[in-house]
Design a protein around this ligand. Structure first.
Ligand SMILES: Cc1ncc(COP(=O)(O)O)c(C=O)c1O
Length: 377
């Protein structure tokens, strides 16, 4: 089978699994324990976090380990909004964020925060002018994702952070789950205060992620217990998870801006352009590993099933929305024409993808389009 669903999740790298097992066997002690095993585990945890921070150009910062991108995003939104609420109660985000950002913002609205959800154009891009206009004295937090998980739009996060710093006292957070390991992510040069990373999107382990914070940026805790992770995330810290995540980050960092992904994506786009009944939803200059397209008057599920029968795994717009019957919030936000709304699929590359697989996809696409044109769907 050909696996083109790497934006949902990736196959763990063997060396990541080996590191995880080795760390489990030798450094299984609780890093909060005072004995020698605990101190050794703590030292390894510290080294792993230092590596993570170096890889995002944030040496003096902090890492809060979480159960993944969802929890890190929840901590960013709920924890930072509460921690800085003495400055105000206004938050800015976008209409196309992952549900772990949008639903956390909705929760804050219930307790009195005011949230502006920036709209996007047909390519999924926000407007910097609109962001500037919305910034206020009482804006406490701005959260704008780097790469959109459904269509691959890359937001100009450096420019966003600059505007935020110039026009407000707000903290700037970015969900970098889909960008880390694919594009350069530098907290220092982009001026970001907090970013989210998830290990399973970069050939690491599921249920493992982190919120990386600039020095001095401190959210309030959103879970309570023994006060681990500087009081920000209670629960026994998994040193092997930290080791495995640092390893996955190291491996993926040397693979950024892959020219082959760009070439393959262009080949697929070119093939799609020869069919009138296909709309390409991803911007030309989007993330190199994501291509989203839509079939006119066809259900995305029909396409997913057809491709699967032919040995190719793809997804509808995203794993989170794949079981929902309505078009997702991203598809609504980009204003896709009605006839194309239900036919969205996403192809996402990973480090197992080959050029031959791209050729195979183009062949299967041709046969699918022939079937559609004959009215069989
Ligand atoms: C952009 C984005 N943010 C957050 C998440 C959530 O990450 P996790 O699955 O690690 O909770 C995802 C996962 O699909 C994502 O694509």
């Amino acid at each position: 089978m050909i696996y083109f669903d790497n934006s949902s999740t990736t196959r763990p790298d063997e060396s990541v699994l080996e590191s995880f097992i080795a760390a489990n066997m030798k450094y299984y002690a609780n890093p909060a324990s005072l004995h020698v095993f605990g101190r050794e585990a703590e030292a390894l945890l510290k080294r792993s976090k230092e590596q993570m921070l170096t890889l995002v150009d944030n040496e003096s910062g902090e890492v809060v380990l979480t159960s993944g991108g969802t929890e890190a995003n929840n901590l960013a939104i709920l924890g930072l909004a509460e921690a800085y609420s003495t400055r105000g109660n206004h938050i800015i985000t976008t209409q196309i964020e992952h549900p772990s950002i949008i639903n956390a913002c909705r929760k804050l609205e219930e307790i009195g925060f005011e949230v502006d959800y920036l709209g996007v154009d047909a390519q999924g891009l926000i407007s910097l002018e609109e962001l500037e206009k919305k910034l206020r004295k009482d804006t406490v937090l701005v959260s704008i994702m780097h790469v959109n998980n459904e269509i691959g739009t890359i937001q100009p996060i450096g420019q966003c952070a600059e505007l935020v710093k110039k026009n407000s006292r707000a903290i700037f957070h970015s969900d970098c789950v889909q960008s880390f390991g694919k594009l350069p992510v530098s907290m220092e040069s982009a001026g970001m205060d907090a970013i989210t990373i998830s290990a399973h999107k970069i050939n690491g382990l599921k249920n493992s992620g982190a919120l990386l914070l600039k020095k001095g940026v401190m959210p309030h805790a959103i879970n309570f217990g023994g006060g681990q992770e500087n009081g920000l995330r209670s629960g026994t810290v998994s040193v092997p998870n930290a080791v495995a995540m640092a390893k996955a980050m190291r491996i993926s960092s040397v693979q950024i801006e892959r020219a082959d992904y760009r070439e393959w994506r262009s080949l697929l786009m070119e093939a799609c352009r020869s069919y009138e009944n296909i709309r390409i939803l991803s911007p030309e200059c989007g993330a190199p590993h994501i291509l989203s397209l839509s079939f006119k008057s066809i259900n995305g599920e029909v396409a997913v099933n057809y491709f699967q029968e032919q040995g190719i795994i793809i997804s509808t717009s995203s794993a989170c929305s794949s079981k929902s019957k309505s078009a997702g919030h991203v598809i609504e936000a980009i204003g896709l024409e009605k006839k194309f709304k239900n036919g969205v699929i996403r192809i996402s590359f990973g480090n197992t993808t080959t050029k031959d697989e791209i050729g195979e996809f183009i062949k299967v696409l041709k046969s699918f389009m022939e079937l559609i044109e004959r009215g069989i769907n």
